[in-house]
Write a protein that binds this ligand. Structure first.
Ligand code: S3P
Length: 428
């Protein structure tokens, strides 16, 4: 396990083309697998998580070819999938496991799907129960954990009231719904990211959205497409916060996905009085994108980050928002964010522990944390092998007084392989 020293930076400055959106890359590959004909995905995220999904598509019978960041898939058509010879290993990706489990539930053959130690601790009951209700046979480790052994086929449709606002649960069931007789409906307590719905439509599958209920009719064959994946707003978040905290910063990020179900980070940073502009708004493969320009004008302020509607729209950005809060003026409270405990790591406990280690006044709450802003001293911190913790703690290092020595920095590979290079580029 290596370590990395992140020295304090004066400012961040320049222009960046960030890697492709993780959520959209997974979905584009999976729909390409199920589609009839050729799918070409430009600006595919070639990070471990999505590469594992591409490999799974290959194991299930798609012809997959990657050149740079372009992924070409010759789809199987959803009835043409082949039984995989080996276990499907999604590595660190909960999205990979949960979405592909929806596809596997539609197959008459048996398959086994799993991931790394972090994934093997993540709750799968949330997809197992509704997939069982649709008629799939699934066995898991005690407690509903991976590996999952799945045999499906002959699914019946389902009208499911999901207890969590989870795009992974919703997407899993919509994918399984393609194989079900009749219409499958999923209702969420509040809206989660809607990339699956948008992409299914783009691939020619009619999806109905009525309030919080999303539904799909079984039996429609998606058509292969060309798509360009926008840059990932969850990756942009690290640079937005760095620029919002460091005086003199001036940064432009091109072609970033600004889907409303993902832009909670922009809203909260603006409430904190950060200066972020969205230029050149346009639509790309059914997804809104814009160039983001962020400038440091004045110190940012603490905020209340809570609400059933808001939290799902920024769930992956809460670790970096904790860093923003640590460097802001005044108090910040993050609440109603218990879901953070079942991500790659328990991101409440881990963020509180690591920020405390580097001198932040922070307190753990059952459903979030409270942070008193001020100066961040620096010191040693650990990523716990969680990519978003690694990048958040790196930004804490940039804005700290003495720098941060980060243990296990390489896990950024999961979602953002060139993070350290791009960080170097804008701080040099
Ligand atoms: C994702 C959904 C979210 C998010 C994850 C990616 C997706 O998880 O945290 O990083 O691509 O569908 P949940 O669906 O579990 O909330």
């Amino acid at each position: 396990v290596s370590e990395k020293f992140i020295s304090p930076a004066r400012r961040v400055q320049g222009e960046l083309h960030l890697p492709g959106d993780k959520s959209i890359s997974h979905r584009a590959a999976i729909l390409g697998l199920l589609a009839e004909g050729q799918t070409r995905i430009y600006h595919f995220l070639t990070a471990d998580d999505c590469l594992n999904t591409a490999k799974a598509c290959q194991q299930l019978g798609a012809k997959v070819e990657i050149k740079g960041d372009v992924l070409n898939l010759a789809g199987c058509g959803w009835v043409g999938l082949r039984p995989p010879k080996d276990v499907i290993d999604c590595g660190n990706s909960g999205t990979g496991v949960r979405l592909l489990a929806g596809v596997l539930a539609g197959q008459k053959f048996e398959s086994v799907i799993t991931g790394d130690e972090q994934v093997q601790r993540r709750p799968m009951r949330r997809i197992i129960d509704p997939l069982l209700a649709m008629g799939a046979e699934i066995t898991s480790e005690p407690g509903g954990l991976c590996p999952l052994r799945i045999r499906g086929g002959n699914l019946s449709s389902l009208n499911y009231l999901s207890p969590v606002a989870s795009a992974q649960v919703k997407s899993c069931l919509l994918l399984a719904g393609l194989y079900a007789k009749g219409r499958t409906l999923v209702t969420e307590p509040s809206s989660s990211r809607d990339h699956t719905e948008r992409l299914m439509r783009y691939f020619g599958i009619p999806i109905r959205t009525e309030g919080l209920t999303i539904s799909v009719e079984g039996g429609v064959l998606p058509q292969g497409r060309e798509i360009t994946v926008p840059a990932d707003i969850s990756s942009a978040a690290f640079f937005l916060v760095a620029a919002a905290l460091l005086p003199g910063s001036d940064l432009r990020l091109f072609n970033v996905g600004v889907n409303r179900t993902r832009t909670g980070i922009l809203e909260v940073l603006r409430v904190m009085e950060a200066d972020i502009a969205e230029d050149n708004p346009r639509t790309q493969a059914g997804e809104p994108v814009a160039d983001l320009a962020v400038k440091h004008k004045a110190p940012i302020k603490g905020a209340q980050i809570r609400g059933r509607k808001l939290i799902p729209r920024l769930i992956d950005e809460l670790p970096i928002l904790a860093v923003a809060a640590a460097g802001a003026e005044g108090e910040t409270v993050i609440a109603e964010a218990g879901e953070l405990r079942v991500k790659e790591t328990d991101r409440i406990t881990m963020m509180v522990k690591e920020l405390k280690n580097i001198g932040v006044a922070i307190e753990e709450r059952p459903d979030g944390m409270a942070i008193r802003g001020g100066k961040i001293k620096g010191g040693r911190a650990d990523s716990h092998g969680d990519h978003r913790l690694a990048m958040s703690l790196a930004v804490a290092g940039l804005v700290s007084e003495n720098g941060v020595t980060l243990n296990n920095p390489d896990c950024v590979r999961t979602s953002y392989p060139n993070f350290w290079d791009q960080l170097q580029e804008v701080t040099a």
